[in-house]
Design a protein around this ligand. Structure first.
Ligand SMILES: [Zn+2]
Length: 339
């Protein structure tokens, strides 16, 4: 099991752990097991030859191992950076390159365990947003030891080990600077990486989930790492101050779908590993929600009333309390602004 969301929220309560609302934007519990086997903190899923996804403690992280190199995509919550690095290394090759799919703290807070000696790449719009989150990252590190040591459903030895790692990160916190989390290299619309001979195309399709989303495409593995452009089986978290727009999100997804076929493995930012149907379903979510909100506006409903719209087709989706009202409100604002 993971450090329960409840435990982590409780440990971090009142400390402004991460971006408003994002504290809860992590995995459904019960994802233990998977590739990596017994004794790993994260649930690791093998998704393609040499490619693994770590679920838990923030957004999904993807590890791509090839030719003695390893690309790590996204670094989870701050206390788990060192744990992620160790467990990634145990799968075959220590990370040699890190990419952040966007600036949200559940994808970047672990960066400080990597920036000292590895290149960390993010979109150019992510860099100032990451720098602005330094206090939040520090608070996460300080709250981490209590959260990890109080975890339930993990073997005691694993809790001890990860608590030691979280404590080491917390002890290092006073010596860290904003640069300890910042990307060491930024990219614009496109970039091309070589990971031990495997080509990885990096795309920014414009504003979507944020104004700095990166999508990674590995053609030789037919693998797409979608970041938070895809919330798989979950209500999508909308952050307009971070650049989110439902219309842009739909456009970005449309461009991502153009890279896929019916066999493409799509790694979401949150939720279980998916495929092109998942991307289409995410578009459907926004189209349906926009239509429902537009109807409410046409009927003279207020923003609050629009936020209370029932979405029965998504009744089984997770993150309802965190994300549904927020999404409806953001979409209301967008449509009222003529977007
Ligand atoms: Zn996000």
């Amino acid at each position: 099991m993971l450090v329960s969301r409840r435990d982590f929220v409780r440990a971090a309560a009142g400390t402004v752990l991460i971006a408003p609302g994002l504290a809860a934007a992590w995995q459904p519990e019960g994802a233990a097991g998977g590739k990596g086997g017994e004794g790993t903190w994260f649930a690791w899923r093998g998704v393609a030859p040499g490619a693994h996804v770590a679920i838990g403690e923030g957004g999904n992280s993807t590890l791509l191992i090839a030719g003695g190199h390893a690309l790590l995509v996204d670094t989870k919550y701050a206390p788990f950076g060192a744990t992620l690095r160790r467990e990634a290394g145990a799968l075959g090759a220590a990370p040699t390159l890190v990419v952040n799919t966007h600036h949200h703290a559940d994808h970047t807070a672990g960066n400080s365990a990597f920036t000292g000696d590895l290149p960390v790449i993010a979109h150019e719009n992510a860099a100032p947003r990451i720098l602005a989150q330094t206090d939040r990252y520090r608070q996460m590190l300080r709250a981490g030891v209590a959260a990890v040591s109080g975890a339930t459903g993990k073997p005691p030895a694993a809790i001890d080990r990860v608590t030691r790692e979280a404590r080491a990160r917390a002890d290092a916190e006073p010596g860290l600077t904003p640069q300890s989390w910042a990307p060491t290299k930024t990219v614009g619309a496109e970039d091309a990486l070589d990971v031990g001979g495997v080509k990885v195309a990096v795309h920014h399709f414009g504003p979507g989930h944020t104004d700095n989303d990166l999508v990674l495409h590995v053609p030789s593995l037919n693998l797409l790492i979608a970041g938070d452009l895809l919330f798989s089986g979950l209500h999508p978290f909308m952050d307009p101050p971070g650049g989110a727009t439902s219309r842009g999100w739909i456009e970005s997804l449309t461009k991502a779908i153009a890279l896929c076929d019916d066999k493409t493995v799509v790694v979401p930012g949150h939720g279980e590993v998916s495929d092109v149907a998942g991307l289409r379903g995410q578009i459907g979510y926004f189209e349906n929600t926009r239509a429902a909100v537009a109807e409410a506006i046409a009927a003279g409903r207020t923003r609050e009333q629009a936020q209370a719209i029932d979405l029965p087709e998504y009744a089984a989706y997770g993150l309802r309390d965190l994300a549904q009202k927020r999404a409806l409100g953001a979409i209301y604002d967008e449509i009222r602004a003529g977007r």
